[in-house]
Ligand binder design. Structure first.
Ligand SMILES: Cc1cc2nc3c(=O)[nH]c(=O)nc-3n(C[C@H](O)[C@H](O)[C@H](O)COP(=O)(O)OP(=O)(O)OC[C@H]3O[C@@H](n4cnc5c(N)ncnc54)[C@H](O)[C@@H]3O)c2cc1C
Length: 287
């Protein structure tokens, strides 16, 4: 039976799940936490609630509704995604295969405020190991982060580059470090390089040469996931058409990650549209 996999359990992801589960399609939602809605203590502008409602309550009601419709909700964090005729999604707790994917991960990538990062983006600083590892073959590269996502990116790079060092920028390493990967926990002062990245200077005065730096802070954001597949991105948003379709067949995006009005009403509409269109896609492709 074809499967639609939705990444994110905020209003966009849950709305998508409602439409695909109610169309009798196997629907899996993987979500790490309550997203933006969990931070909204009082919502007064969403249709149908005369009295203010908390984001947490709205979220739990939506999840219950999707579960009743037959969606499976998995509490997990997605680390990577690839396509080989099917979408393969790797999460901390296991791997999944799907015929269509809806990215609904909210607003995306975290750029650290470190001198030199913006200037060296695309000139040694990258946000996607899967996309760019090849350009760094044989070089000593660093991955900035301290969690599972950083380790995932480091492991993607390891077979291609000369050496991989995870730089945590003063934070403790929160994931087990695989064999052969170095860790530097010192705080970073700046990136050095005129034309391309040459080295990282740490606040303790040490400067270490690196040919590349991959940013993998926190969790894989929406543009990180879309970029891994080669979907078109503009700034911090995934580009979609009026059907919420990305530039890749079977890959949709909805909610804050597509930019524009960052509101629940828009996330719910886009989720509904993405869910409906993903169902049409798998029916067209499989039946
Ligand atoms: C403080 C605050 C107050 C707000 N008040 C209002 C308001 O009054 N009215 C209004 O309309 N809007 C309000 N908003 C905006 C609203 O919350 C968002 O527009 C809406 O939640 C967007 O929905 P979404 O599903 O796109 O993203 P989100 O709600 O952010 O959900 C994203 C989901 O993706 C998951 N995710 C992300 N990365 C991964 C990964 N790698 N693996 C697995 N899961 C992942 C997250 O865990 C989460 O489940 C407010 C936002 C904030 C922060």
């Amino acid at each position: 039976m074809p499967t639609i996999l939705i990444i994110g359990k905020g209003p966009a992801g849950i709305s998508a799940a409602l439409y695909s589960a109610r169309a009798n399609v196997d629907t899996i939602v993987i979500g790490r936490d309550g997203g933006a809605l969990n931070k909204a203590s009082k919502i007064e502008n969403y249709y149908g609630f005369a009295e203010p409602i908390s984001g947490e309550h709205l979220l739990s009601q939506g999840i219950a509704q999707a579960v009743n419709a037959g969606a499976k909700i998995v509490d997990d964090e997605v680390l990577g995604i690839s396509f080989d005729g099917k979408y393969n999604v790797s999460a901390k707790g296991g791997d999944y295969s799907a015929d269509a994917v809806i990215i609904a991960t909210g607003t995306s990538r975290t750029t650290p405020r470190i001198k030199g990062i913006r200037e060296l983006e695309g000139r040694g600083v990258s946000y996607c190991a899967t996309c760019d590892a090849f350009f760094f073959r044989g070089k000593d590269v660093a991955v900035m982060g301290n969690g599972e996502y950083a380790v995932h990116e480091a492991l993607e790079l390891q077979p291609v580059v000369g050496s991989v060092t995870i730089v945590t920028d003063g934070k403790p390493m929160e994931a087990a470090t695989p064999d052969g990967i170095n860790v530097i926990e010192d705080e970073i002062e700046s990136l050095i390089g005129d034309e391309v990245l040459e080295s990282i200077r740490f606040k303790n005065g040490v400067e270490k040469a690196f040919g590349g730096l991959f940013i993998a802070l926190g969790v894989a954001g929406s543009t990180d996931l879309a970029r891994k597949l080669g979907a078109y991105i503009e700034g911090n948003r995934i580009v979609v058409d009026e059907n919420m379709a990305t530039t890749l067949p079977g890959l949709y995006a909805a909610g804050d990650c597509t930019g524009g009005l960052l509101q629940i009403a828009k996330a719910v509409y886009e989720g509904a549209k993405a869910g409906t269109e993903a169902v049409k896609f798998i029916r067209g492709a499989k039946n």
